[in-house]
Design a protein around this ligand. Structure first.
Ligand code: AMP
Length: 126
């Protein structure tokens, strides 16, 4: 599948330093920052630094190094925020939206890490 990456998207602007972000953690290939419109007390977005539209684009196009870095960056955010259930944390929800059915608004891959309260059912009725 071919994806056209829109270099004008808001996360591309964040990565270029054109608009600010509230950084939680940065690695060689990934950046985590607080969501500007939090849906829970903890709402962090984790993005790869490379130009990938969504998870499918990333997993088929990124290098093994980028993929490992991204997966570990998500885990590192969970650890940094003390959320890991096995470590006594309260747990979290990890969401990636893709395409129309997923209602993805920003066309640069991002994982939402949500926590800080019971989050209810996975999908709202509708
Ligand atoms: P999605 O619907 O999965 O594409 O989610 C996009 C997310 O990006 C939403 O939760 C927005 O609140 C968030 N967002 C949009 N602009 C910014 C920004 N400048 N900084 C941080 N988060 C943002």
């Amino acid at each position: 599948m071919a994806y056209d990456y829109d270099t004008g998207n808001i996360f591309a602007k964040i990565l270029r330093g054109e608009i600010p972000n509230d950084t939680v953690l940065e690695t060689e290939h990934s950046l985590a920052f607080n969501d500007i419109g939090p849906q829970a007390p903890v709402h962090v977005l984790v993005i790869p630094k490379g130009p990938y539209v969504n998870w499918d684009h990333f997993i088929t196009g990124a290098s093994a190094e980028e993929i490992a870095d991204y997966a570990r960056a998500i885990h590192a955010v969970v650890g940094k925020l003390g959320l890991e259930p096995g470590e006594g944390g309260q747990g979290y929800r990890l969401i990636m939206n893709a395409g129309e059915a997923g209602v993805q608004e920003v066309p640069h891959l991002h994982a939402h890490i949500l926590s800080g309260r019971p989050l209810g059912k996975l999908v709202a009725a509708g």
